[in-house]
Design a protein around this ligand. Structure first.
Ligand SMILES: Cc1ncc(COP(=O)(O)O)c(C=O)c1O
Length: 437
């Protein structure tokens, strides 16, 4: 019998692990008091005084945006011309790059990821994601009916180039084109940033593979403005201009993260390709998606971003303010990493950014630890291969001693596990004894 929902919309009951963990933390704070809860679930930035981080350099500019600009539709589906210019200025001009790119405004980075998936792949075609990645990648794939193949993000403490190559090669063989996601710098959830040499290897491989079919590289730069090198990182984009004609790079830019203005819902797709015809076609398709899915993006937000990006004084004020919080993240991370090392709590390789991740390969132990930590009022997000610790939302006073607390809980779980295994092996040896009798 037919149902209200279509065949395609089955299996969409949304369990968003981030929102779920965040709600748990909020409930615990209400019950036990803020001072007794470690909320490492929120992916938004909280200051040392526990207040939500809002930049004065952003909101005083936003205050000056005239009411009519906040009220009106954007002048273009792809975003007002000044916004398109501002995005290019932010990503390219600030490091002296002149790149011929198309910009399409999207509601946050999420809009860019989703529209790219939708317009690069037909339903049923496979998208490639990292095995350890931002949870909603899966939701986006489900929404677009694109199955997912995963490459292993790490080999030891490095980007797993071989796994990336193998996964892309197999998918190219199977469907004649590839859409692959790379989230860099400050990867969510690990805080890993690829080296320039790793990028060179990846791009060399993509160029080669694109001889067999179109390769769309989705470069998710959500946390780009929170990397320690600052704008220097953006020099990398030059490399995308030297790719074969069969390669399209889509940079997914998130104003949510850059300005810590998550609810403003502003972002962009930035298209770079030496195949101008193909790039324009892609741009038009994304414009249609915009019109047909969300219409235009928040105009007041786009105007405010443009006023910051294109006015050197405003931009400098933002950079001064933001740099302080990039440094604070590094300080929080340093404490956690040092203490984790001291107590033997394994972490994935971390360089910078909002998150780091405790490495737990055993699925059962990981789930158990996630649950047990909640009983201790410690809230992290359960991700593939570990538990994500949002250092962006934990003040230093609560980071101190956290690794030890987690390790103690982990040890009790591992001990119980070992006992169960010993019991089980005793049972099974009894079984064997019986069998022998
Ligand atoms: C890795 C990553 N990509 C993209 C996004 C998109 O964020 P937004 O849609 O708010 O710009 C996020 C947000 O948390 C993220 O963590």
């Amino acid at each position: 019998m037919k149902e209200f929902i279509s065949e395609q919309s089955h299996g969409k009951e949304i369990v968003d692990v981030v929102f779920e963990a965040a709600q748990g933390a909020v409930a615990a704070i209400k019950k036990h008091g803020e001072e007794n809860v470690v909320n490492g679930a929120f992916g938004t930035y909280f200051k040392e005084d526990k207040a939500f981080l809002t930049f004065d350099s952003v909101y005083r500019v936003f205050d000056k945006v005239p009411d009519f600009q906040k009220a009106k539709y954007a002048s273009s589906i792809a975003g007002p011309p000044e916004y398109q210019l501002a995005v290019k200025h932010w990503l390219f001009d600030s490091v002296g790059l002149e790149i011929d790119a198309d910009v399409i405004a999207t509601p946050g980075g999420t809009g860019a990821l989703s529209s790219t998936t939708k317009n690069a792949l037909a339903p049923g075609e496979t998208v490639i994601h990292p095995d350890i990645g931002w949870g909603p990648y899966k939701t986006i794939a489900k929404e677009n009916n694109t199955p997912v193949e995963y490459y292993k993000l790490f080999e030891g403490d490095h980007f797993n180039l071989e796994s990336f190559k193998e996964t892309c090669t197999n998918v190219m063989k199977a469907q004649g084109k590839v859409l692959a996601f790379i989230n860099d710098p400050c990867q969510n959830p690990t805080g890993y940033t690829m080296s320039e040499a790793e990028w060179d290897d990846v791009l060399e491989f993509i160029n080669k593979l694109s001889e067999q079919g179109p390769f769309i590289l989705l470069h998710d730069v959500a946390y780009i403005d929170f990397n320690l090198k600052g704008d220097e990182y953006k020099k990398l984009f030059k490399k995308f201009t030297a790719m074969n004609e069969n390669v399209l790079t889509v940079i997914a830019f998130s104003v949510s993260k850059t300005l810590t203005a998550y609810g403003m819902r502003v972002g962009a797709q930035v298209l770079i390709s030496n195949n101008e015809k193909g790039r324009k076609k892609f741009k038009h398709a994304c414009g249609n998606t915009a019109r047909g899915v969300w219409s235009t993006v928040n105009n007041g937000g786009m105007v405010a971003f443009s006023d910051i990006a294109l006015n050197p004084e405003n931009k400098q004020a933002y950079l001064n303010e933001k740099d302080e919080y990039v440094a604070l993240l590094a300080k929080r991370a340093k404490i956690m990493i040092k203490e984790a090392e001291e107590v033997g709590l394994p972490l994935y390789p971390f360089h910078e950014g909002f998150f780091l991740t405790i490495r737990i390969d055993d699925h059962v132990v990981k789930n158990e630890l996630h649950l047990k930590l909640k009983e201790h009022n410690i809230f992290f997000v359960n991700v593939y291969g570990g538990l994500r610790v949002a250092i962006c939302s934990i003040p230093i006073t609560k980071i101190k001693g956290l690794a030890k607390r987690v390790k103690e809980v982990l040890d009790t779980i591992v001990e119980t596990e070992n006992e169960t295994i010993t019991d089980k092996s005793a049972e099974s040896s009894n079984e064997n004894d019986n069998a022998n009798a």
